[in-house]
Write a protein that binds this ligand. Structure first.
Ligand SMILES: [Zn+2]
Length: 345
């Protein structure tokens, strides 16, 4: 007998979370700002869950949202910028997970992406430089400032800096989903992954800056997702021993910090490394998530105004709770194994 949370309670909780995201996806604000990622959310739940009912529900929602997306975005505009190109790629990747491919559209996206330099698409050029610490988030006034600036060129506000972990994992995601659709978004995935040793050691201890710690956790969970095709394969802890240890060490602090967003990613990544539902860390995290779900089915601060944060927190929490239909233990790109071995030295 184990003390793992009740399976029925988890299933109910996951469905309530998905319902919440779907309600937001059907608002103009949710769909316009976050539609491409929400299509990914439903497609991945539909492609990788063990529960057949959940797979079916998520899949049909992904397809509905994708049809709506296609009505608004029938063609990629010839002057499409990097953000729109990425949204197209995310939708293509999501649909490919449901077995729906569109080679013609992929070719269109490839041509559009070729017009941009690596720094325009990724913020840096992974071929020749490590992930930098001097890129800012887009300013509240809307301007994307040049690298190295600390104040906005347009409105003079102080800029918030994206730390190198965030810059790196965003590049991992972009290059990965790009290559899964047969195109290069700024650089090859392996040219981004090769900076993994430069990201070690990961921040530790209570004195670590929380924002840097959270982005370091996201960096590690996105190594997992881009090596196991987002919840498709199991990974061996010996392939990434430092990352495995770092994830395990952060479950209890995430519960204490009341951080369901990070916790959800920790749990599904640890499950990918083989931790089972009756492992004490998985029990601890799942118990926390089940207890902290909001009335409306979401997780996180219900007063948070950023709709992306509301959706993403709920998405990661339900991903942390659900059971995956693992298709064996492997790397989506077997050639990475030799690279990881070199990193271990
Ligand atoms: Zn500004």
């Amino acid at each position: 007998m184990t003390n793992s949370p009740d399976r029925i309670a988890s299933e109910t909780s996951i469905k309530r979370g998905l319902d919440f995201i779907y309600r937001l996806a059907n608002t103009p604000e949710g769909f316009d700002n976050y539609g491409s990622l929400l299509i990914c959310c439903f497609a991945l739940v539909g492609a990788t869950s063990r529960d057949a009912g959940l797979r079916q529900l998520a899949r049909s929602r992904a397809e509905k949202l994708a049809r709506r997306w296609a009505r608004v975005h029938a063609l990629l505009p010839t002057d499409a910028g990097p953000d729109l190109i990425l949204n197209f790629v995310l939708v293509r990747y999501a649909l490919s997970r449901l077995g729906l491919r569109d080679a013609g559209l992929n070719a269109q996206i490839r041509r559009a992406a070729e017009r941009f330099a690596p720094r325009e698409l990724l913020g840096f050029d992974p071929v020749s430089e490590s992930p930098p610490d001097d890129l800012s988030y887009r300013c509240d006034c809307g301007l994307k400032n040049q690298r190295g600036r600390t104040f906005c060129k347009q409105c003079r506000r102080r800029l918030k800096i994206r730390n190198r972990y965030r810059v790196w994992f965003e590049a991992l995601v972009k290059t990965y989903v790009g290559e899964r659709c047969g195109l290069i978004l700024g650089a090859r995935y392996l040219d981004v992954l090769k900076w993994l040793p430069a990201m070690r050691p990961y921040p530790v201890g209570a004195e670590a800056d929380v924002e840097i710690l959270r982005d370091a956790i996201y960096a590690v969970t996105h190594i997992v997702y881009t090596l196991n095709d987002y919840g498709t394969y199991r990974l061996r802890p010996v392939w990434l021993p430092q990352e495995f240890a770092f994830l395990k060490a952060n479950v209890a602090p995430a519960c204490e910090r009341q951080d369901p967003e990070v916790l959800g990613e920790l749990l599904d990544s640890l499950k990918a490394f083989g931790l089972r539902a009756n492992h004490p860390l998985i029990i601890r995290g799942a118990t926390y998530l089940l207890a902290e779900q909001n009335e409306d089915g979401s997780w996180g601060d219900p007063d948070e105004e950023n709709i992306r944060t509301r959706c993403h927190t709920t998405w990661t929490a339900l991903d942390g709770l659900r059971t995956y239909a693992w298709r064996g233990e492997r790397l989506i790109r077997p050639e990475v194994k030799a690279m990881l071995k070199r990193f271990a030295r």
